[in-house]
Design a protein around this ligand. Structure first.
Ligand SMILES: [Zn+2]
Ligand SMILES: [Zn+2]
Length: 386
């Protein structure tokens, strides 16, 4: 005999909704202001603090209700899958062949169940309760036959080991723990005999009322989902808008200069760091304007790496707000002769592309979009009646 874990979906749905109602009721329970809350907001009256807290609490409740709806199907699927796996685990489990220590007959398996680790509920294993009814011998074992020692019951008064027995009182069974040390006797009625207290009509009515408020219908849940998606999009848009503002500022700041202007600026800048003989030639023009340039390093001791990096930095500094940029391959170096390519940006579209790529280098992604999601902001939470 073993316990059947998997039940109808309706069972899990009911459990989930009960849990939702309990959690929401806990949220709604009036609680007096704590001393910390009173101290935290100096200058406010108790009424004002209470009002602010109620507002925050309503808001949390609104989200709790919505999030419980969002997670409902997934959570129920997971619980059912967990129980399905437990049943499969029990079906696979092989009863170990154990002999009675008194009469040596094969012991019978009375009950199989799954136990789990208190610290890690995902670690589960099968336990077999086996017995020899003739000799009244029994034990709990693992699938490999290893015995699981009984955890001794302790006296609730003196914490010493007690002797356990059962007794019948009328039609009901009781477990009796008798303590030999302090003489305390504890009687507990078997769970099977405990009368389940049925909820009163008022309790049922209250539950149904709360369930309507806290367990959303599909239509209400879908509205909540739209609201959550809208909020998410608004957050993304805000970030996008901030990046866009910077982008438009930078785009407006780009100074458009021609080749003569560029040559003049570069010559002046490289001279300060001992590069001379700037030569510029233009590649046969196609859609893109690309200039080849070369210079000579007059510092005898400057090594290749330093020479390249110094020149790259100077050029990049000169070009940072101009319509020209150093090509990505950088500067090449041969015995103090340095050369490279600079690209010119001419049309408005080119300048936009240049500004975007400059921002991307600084980790800012610009997406110029027209957004409609702001309309979700106006979706009022009152649509979901609490
Ligand atoms: Zn036996
Ligand atoms: Zn005791």
């Amino acid at each position: 005999m073993s316990y059947q874990h998997l039940k109808d979906r309706s069972y899990y749905e009911e459990m989930y909704d009960r849990h939702t109602v309990e959690r929401c009721r806990w949220h709604e329970d009036p609680r007096p202001l704590s001393d910390e809350e009173k101290d935290a907001r100096e200058g406010l009256t108790s009424g004002q603090i209470q009002w602010a807290r109620d507002l925050a609490s309503d808001w949390l409740l609104f989200q709790l209700v919505g999030d419980r709806w969002l997670q409902r199907d997934k959570s129920i699927d997971e619980s059912m899958e967990r129980d399905r796996q437990r049943d499969a685990m029990l079906a696979r489990a092989q009863k170990p062949l154990m002999r009675c220590p008194k009469c040596s007959r094969v012991m019978e398996c009375v009950y199989t169940h799954i136990n789990f680790d208190i610290d890690n509920s995902k670690r589960e294993w099968v336990e077999f309760f086996i017995a020899c009814k003739t000799c009244k011998e029994s034990k709990t074992v693992h699938e490999n036959g290893q015995e699981i020692p009984d955890r001794p019951s302790l006296c609730i008064k003196c914490n010493k080991t007690v002797e356990s027995s059962t007794k019948k009182k009328g039609s009901k069974e009781y477990f009796v723990d008798t303590c030999k040390h302090c003489g305390h006797v504890e009687e507990t009625m078997s769970v099977l005999d405990r009368e389940k207290k049925d909820p009163t009509p008022e309790e049922i009515e209250k539950f149904e009322y709360d369930k309507k408020r806290f367990c959303l219908s599909s239509a209400q849940g879908e509205r909540y989902k739209l609201w959550v998606d809208g909020m998410k999009r608004m957050g993304e848009e805000k970030k996008e808008q901030e990046a866009n503002t910077e982008y438009y500022d930078k785009l407006a700041d780009v100074k458009k200069i021609n080749i003569a202007g560029l040559e003049k600026l570069l010559k002046a800048a490289i001279k300060k760091t001992d590069y001379v003989d700037l030569h510029i030639s233009m590649q046969p023009p196609d859609r893109r304007i690309i200039l080849n340039f070369s210079v000579r390093d007059t510092q005898e001791k400057r090594q290749e790496y330093d020479s390249r990096k110094t020149l790259e930095k100077i050029i990049e500094k000169v070009l940072e707000d101009k319509n020209w940029s150093l090509m990505s391959e950088g500067v090449s170096y041969r015995l103090g002769f340095l050369s490279g390519r600079i690209r010119g940006y001419e049309s408005e579209q080119d300048l936009q592309e240049l500004t975007k790529s400059r921002m991307k280098k600084n980790g800012k992604h610009v997406k110029v979009t027209n957004s409609k999601s702001r309309k979700y902001a106006s979706m009022l939470r009152d649509d979901i009646v609490l």
